[in-house]
Design a protein around this ligand. Sequence first.
Ligand SMILES: [Zn+2]
Length: 135
Amino acid sequence: MTMEKTDQPGRCDSCCRVSSVLYKVSLGHDFFDRAYNRLSAVDDQAPRWYCEECSREKDFQRDVRSIREEFLRLRSGSDSLLSDPSNFLRARQRIREIDQQIKKGRSPHVILSPRDVAILLMDLDSWADDHGIAG
Ligand SMILES: [Zn+2]
């Protein structure tokens, strides 16, 4: 993720708190190193600015989305990047980290739901158990 920073105090577009430093988040590449295309040209013309905590959550959200999408494909029997066990373990590790980070973070979370992350982590764990993926 690349972040453009402004020193102009302003309001975070996500949590609406006034912050002395705001970041414009460009999501760049996703967890699997694919170009992340959710930031369309239209969005870029009206950029959103985030406080530090929200920009971090935004980064987590991008990875959670990519990993969840691939996991749903794996579970439904489609081609998935997670069918490679080393990718699977790396992805689960990332979700674990995010789970830890947002648990000890602020509340309420405005961008990413800690419950969604916890559920994804449980699903990944039980998939690993059922399919003998050790790590
Ligand atoms: Zn914020």
